[in-house]
Ligand binder design. Structure first.
Ligand SMILES: C[S@@+](CC[C@H](N)C(=O)[O-])C[C@H]1O[C@@H](n2cnc3c(N)ncnc32)[C@H](O)[C@@H]1O
Ligand code: SF4
Ligand code: SF4
Length: 335
């Protein structure tokens, strides 16, 4: 929560300097209304739009939620070109969004990413990027410094600590930077290495995610709410590091589903370069399931309404892909 507050306050101050368009504010109010009323058919568009600049990645993390959609045979067809980005900017999904993010795959594989960022920074949106940092070096990193996003997430994996350190040191004065990494139930003590790394490089913001078992794999890594080792660890770490770092903790998954509070089906989409939609931050773009922003009223299609209906229902039923997602019973974004 401390981390989120820190980021939201700084993002808000940044918005004061360059306020969003009126249509963005109106869209946000409509979102709040849909949230309050539990609407399944909505009249707004997502407040968060995250565009994949590519489906390709230079790493191949076996847990990656993008799953079989990562590095497709026709990967080149999904690289976001500047003209495709401009076409997306003319769509109401883009125009109404408060936050626009760039993601992938590894976003810096896309050749036009800097041109896109230069333009995006002028459009009065909260701009975010999440990267594995590995490709940001030399002239690429220099260019990135000059088109820094408002918020930058650096993902920490076993193999990329030097990359994260280099990018953090270069970007810390330009963006609100946080380091994000997955905390696994069967490797809780790894947390100390990540925390000490953050302290050593001077990064105050760290976000730990729960492990999402893509295709049901790695259930032993998921932190459940009755995991006493996790509860104890949280207490110890808060005492030891609470003054030095803003730590955002994983939301433990419930063994028995009693309530659902994920707001993603009314607030968030992933998009690919052609406008195909993915319904939340754990679902890559998939046109056959979720439609395309260039189709009329696509966000009120059957799958979107079904997800909203699950979230509004009081019983223990949910979409199978949601069951072990940390966002299901604790909305991580809060806004
Ligand atoms: C899909 S990656 C895309 C951006 C970039 N390639 C990166 O790794 O930062 C975005 C974030 O999703 C996280 N992620 C991927 N698969 C996950 C999973 N199964 N459980 C939890 N987080 C996951 C990654 O750790 C990363 O921080
Ligand atoms: S670096 Fe990111 S996109 Fe690439 S495989 Fe790992 S989590 Fe997935
Ligand atoms: S609970 Fe997770 S998988 Fe389900 S809609 Fe929310 S973010 Fe997506």
């Amino acid at each position: 929560m401390k981390l989120l507050l820190n980021i939201y306050i700084r993002a808000f101050i940044r918005l004061l300097k360059s306020p969003p368009h009126f249509r963005v504010v109106l869209n946000y109010v409509k979102y709040l209304w849909a949230r309050k009323m539990g609407l399944e058919v909505v009249s707004h568009t997502p407040t968060n739009v995250v565009i994949y600049t590519t489906k390709n990645c230079n790493l191949n993390c076996d847990f990656c939620f993008i799953g079989d959609d990562l590095n497709p045979n026709n990967g080149g067809e999904f690289e976001l070109m500047y003209d495709q980005y401009l076409k997306i900017t003319e769509n109401e999904f883009f125009k109404n969004a408060l936050r626009v993010g760039l993601l992938g795959g590894e976003p810096f594989i896309a050749r036009d990413i800097f041109e896109i960022l230069e333009d995006l920074n002028k459009r009065r949106k909260v701009v975010t990027v999440v990267t594995n940092s590995t490709l940001l070096k030399g002239s690429k990193l220099e260019r990135f410094i000059n088109c820094a996003p408002d918020i930058l997430g650096l993902s920490l994996y076993e193999s990329n600590w030097a990359d994260v350190e280099r990018v953090f040191l270069a970007m810390q004065k330009k963006s609100i930077v946080w380091i994000q990494t997955i905390l696994e139930a069967d490797g809780l003590n790894e947390i100390y290495r990540s925390l000490d790394f953050c302290v050593s490089i001077g990064c105050k913001n760290i976000r730990f995610s729960n492990y999402y078992p893509t295709y049901g794999k790695g259930m032993e890594k998921v932190i459940f709410h009755d995991d006493q080792s996790f509860v104890e660890l949280k207490k110890v770490i808060t005492k030891q590091y609470g003054n030095k770092l803003n730590i955002d903790w994983p939301a433990p998954v419930s063994r028995e589903l009693k309530s659902k509070s994920c707001q993603q089906p009314i607030s968030y989409v992933h998009l690919d370069n052609q406008g195909a939609i993915g319904a939340c931050f754990m679902r890559p773009p998939n046109e056959s399931q979720y439609g395309n922003i260039f189709e009329k009223d696509s966000w009120n299609g059957a799958r979107h309404k079904e997800l909203r209906s699950y979230m509004n229902s009081t019983g223990s039923d949910c979409d199978p892909d949601c069951r072990y997602c940390e966002n299901l019973s604790e909305d991580l974004y809060k806004i």
